[in-house]
Design a protein around this ligand. Structure first.
Ligand code: UDP
Length: 327
């Protein structure tokens, strides 16, 4: 068995990554504390419950499986929460990641794939966001991810720990087969919140700000299908296993959708009205985050096949109607 340690494997993106790893012939070992993840989402390999801060537990898991690589998804990831509780973000995302990275280096597991974010870029007017864009995050979430990127660079210099850093744009959709999906409690992300409003599970979607400097006044984001995103991770793992050097890749499609455009697309896909109201801006939000890089396509051979807005909303809707976790 070729094991890959997947932190956050019980969460949204991590569980989809476990599926992609299994299909690619690896055995994903989920390491998760189940604070935001679900045991029901662990379907593709062994589960080891534990916290990133628990070095003894991490050492035991590295010794037990001797994984060829780490894929590190476990993190707190909500912009709103990061603004009101920055300490939790620094402690969990930075201190927790540091403990994991130290354990990996000590175990000689020197291939590391890291989930970073376009939130590390911050606000840049009329600038194409590529991997060389200066990182000036607007919130503790982006700042915590940028800090971990820097830790990885230091650990490469000191211990030869090689990394692939993926800076995600907005991840959406669900496994087409419906085995795993997006399930946060509480839910804060645009598409699942909107689907809950469509389905009467909440009164309405509130648009966070309508006075941005964009054509329709709402924020613009670049949405990528979660199964396309995790395909890139498998390619990143193979890149490291082939002995290629540490590298940063944006993962987005290069197409921007405003919040109002996502609402319109959801109405079209579900054939239902989207109850919504207009509210104030959410602190920490950048006006526009759209990838301006094709490095992942050019160098990894990544091909986003499912990242149309219609398919992302369709797969999320299918999961919303048919899938859920109990625990
Ligand atoms: N958004 C919104 N209402 C909501 C949730 C999100 O208007 O109930 C907006 C949010 O302010 C941002 C975009 O939708 O402009 C995407 O937000 P999300 O939280 O899904 O992802 P983020 O960009 O924070 O990673």
């Amino acid at each position: 068995m070729t094991y890959v340690l997947v932190t956050g494997g019980a969460g949204y993106i991590g569980s989809h990554a476990c599926k992609a790893l299994k299909i690619a012939g690896y055995t994903p070992v989920t390491y998760d504390n189940l604070v935001t993840g679900w045991k029901d989402a662990v379907k593709f390999g062994p589960f080891e419950e534990g916290a990133l801060s628990d070095r003894t537990r991490l050492d035991a898991v590295f010794a037990k499986y001797q994984p060829v690589a780490v894929m590190h998804f476990a993190a707190l990831s909500q912009v709103g929460e990061a603004m009101s509780e920055p300490g939790r973000y620094w402690r969990n995302n930075v201190e927790g990641s540091l403990t994991l990275i130290e354990a990996a280096a000590a175990a000689g597991c020197l291939n590391f794939v890291f989930s970073s974010t376009c939130a590390t870029y911050g606000e840049h007017d009329n600038v194409v966001l590529d991997e060389n864009t200066p990182q000036e995050p607007l919130n503790a979430y982006g700042a915590s991810k940028r800090a971990v990127e820097n830790i990885l660079r230091d650990f490469e210099a000191a211990y030869g720990l090689r990394h692939v850093i993926f800076r995600y744009f907005n991840v959406a959709g669900a496994d087409e087969a419906g085995e795993v999906g997006e399930y946060h409690r509480p839910e804060t992300h645009l598409i699942p919140v909107m689907l809950e409003a469509i389905d009467g599970k909440r009164p309405a979607l509130t648009i966070n700000g309508t006075d941005y400097d964009t054509p329709d006044g709402t924020c613009i984001r670049d949405y990528v299908h979660v199964m396309d995103l995790v395909d890139a991770h498998v390619l990143g793992l193979k890149w490291l296993e082939a002995g290629k050097g540490s590298r940063v890749f944006n993962l987005g499609t290069g197409k921007g959708f405003s919040v109002r455009e996502v609402i319109d697309a959801s109405r079209a896909v579900t054939n239902r009205e989207v109850p919504h109201s207009e509210g104030p801006r959410r602190a920490g939000d950048a006006t526009k985050l759209v990838s301006g890089s094709t490095r992942a396509e050019a160098e990894l051979g990544w091909e986003p096949k499912r990242s149309t807005m219609a398919q992302m909303i369709g797969d999320a809707w299918n999961w919303h109607l048919n899938g859920h976790y109990d625990g």
